[in-house]
Design a protein around this ligand. Structure first.
Ligand code: HSE
Length: 425
């Protein structure tokens, strides 16, 4: 018998309880032991009672779980940094294995958690922390371990993917779709971390560390959200053969790591261009496997519970064979993290300029002086002597592009730099 101490009885906790009950028999057979929830830490007892947890199992002090020698695995589903960090650390120090879905914590305290797990010879699994039900952490650590991973590109946030999909398919603007998504329960009442890119940044920090065997924390990730994307940009993207997605990108470039989250134009035939609505996907390129893509539901009660249960079963199997702490921290290198100014990419620029002879030459001159080569220019509209220009650059250095834009913003012929979006793929 394997006993679990569950921290948190929210949406995912409820999913874990339900899934353990529903598939009890096959889970026991696959693990080689029965898995039972022994105690649940939750302030709001009603939440637990509603999902069938017996009153006697609900505790209000974490010590009731940490100090219970019969509990083998602590499943942390509270989220956030504290008290989750202290609870996990205390559990490991008592020799308990830990399974968590806590991306906020791992993206910041991954090293400390792995060190504590190793010091105590316990398992620490966190598949559910990235892309919900999609298996990606274990595959990177195990199935793809023989590869040199070159890049990981994800659509890792369902809220923003839903918003961009609706904006693309229905030509509606950002705010309107966001309100609708909130009304439907797809977007949080405070969507800041999602639309601002922070949620995806936490996830790509975790995946980068695993993919490149070098610690990448949230602070290392360049983050830009989707709030500046307009239906106009999406329409121009389509005319040019692209789809707009919020991408979480991690690449190894000459032994250095680039980790960034921002909206991007991707070719309409790129595998990630077909990932719509709330779905997530992770595209990986390895030197042996080539290109692969994992696709599925990145959030939600049962998909996330699926990942948590997979981890619990794996811990159970390790316990059965006395092979705990087999897969620990894989960050055995210290690679340099590149800044966004060092990025080499193609860019889409939409700007409003005065519509008279010589303006285009003046603008081209500024780009030319800064080593920014233009691949194509379109003049889209002309009204009241102002024209909208759409430029696509060749691959250039971000710093050179930003220097050009600084000069352009100060010129009287430039009304506004409306938007700048990186191209990918
Ligand atoms: N809020 C996230 C999303 C799910 O919209 O995908 C949890 O990380």
């Amino acid at each position: 018998m394997i006993n679990i101490g569950l921290l948190g009885c929210g949406t995912v906790g409820g999913g874990v309880v339900k899934l353990l009950a529903k598939n009890q028999e096959i889970i026991a057979k696959k693990t080689g032991a029965e898995i039972m929830i022994k105690k649940v830490l939750e302030r709001d007892q009603q939440k637990c009672l509603q999902i069938g947890i017996d009153h006697s199992m609900i505790v209000s002090r974490v010590e009731d779980i940490i100090d219970d020698d019969a509990i083998d695995i602590v499943v942390e589903l509270i989220g956030g940094i504290e008290p989750a960090y202290s609870f996990i650390t205390a559990a490991m120090n008592k020799g308990k294995h830990v399974v968590t879905a806590n991306k906020d914590l791992i993206a910041i305290k991954g090293k400390e958690l792995f060190d504590t797990a190793q010091a105590n010879n316990v398992d620490f699994y966190f598949e559910a922390s990235v892309a919900g039900g999609i298996p990606i952490i274990y595959p990177l650590k195990q199935s793809l371990a023989g590869n040199h991973i070159e890049e990981v590109i994800g659509i890792l946030n369902g809220t923003t993917n839903y918003i961009l999909t609706k904006m693309s398919q229905e030509g509606r603007d950002y705010n309107e779709v966001l309100y609708e998504a909130q009304a439907l329960g797809y977007a949080e009442s405070d969507p800041t971390a999602d639309v601002g890119g922070l949620d995806a940044a936490r996830k790509i920090a975790i995946l980068s560390s695993i993919a490149f065997n070098s610690r990448v924390t949230l602070d290392d990730v360049y983050v830009e959200g989707i709030t500046a994307i307009t239906p106009r940009d999406i329409q121009y993207a389509r005319e040019l053969g692209y789809v707009v997605k919020l991408l979480a990108i991690a690449k190894e470039v000459d032994g250095k790591i680039q980790a960034r989250v921002h909206p991007a134009f991707i070719p309409f035939n790129h595998p990630l261009a077909f990932v719509n609505d709330v779905f997530n996907a992770v595209f990986v390129r390895g030197d042996a496997v080539g290109e692969i893509m994992h696709y599925g539901r990145g959030a939600g009660e049962m998909p996330t519970a699926s990942a948590v249960l997979g981890d619990i079963i794996e811990v159970g199997r390790n316990m059965a064979y006395h092979t705990s702490a087999r897969i620990g921290c894989t960050c055995y290198e210290e690679k340099v993290i590149l800044t966004i100014s060092e990025l080499n990419a193609q860019y889409y620029i939409r700007m409003t300029v005065t519509d008279r002879p010589g303006v285009l030459a003046g603008i081209a001159g500024v780009f030319g002086n800064n080593d920014v080569s233009i691949a194509s220019v379109l003049q889209k509209t002309s009204r009241e002597n102002m024209a909208e220009l759409i430029l696509i650059t060749h691959t250039v250095k971000e710093k050179d592009l930003q220097d050009s834009l600084t000069v352009l913003k100060g010129m009287s012929i430039v009304g506004e730099i409306n938007n700048v979006v990186r191209l990918e793929g």
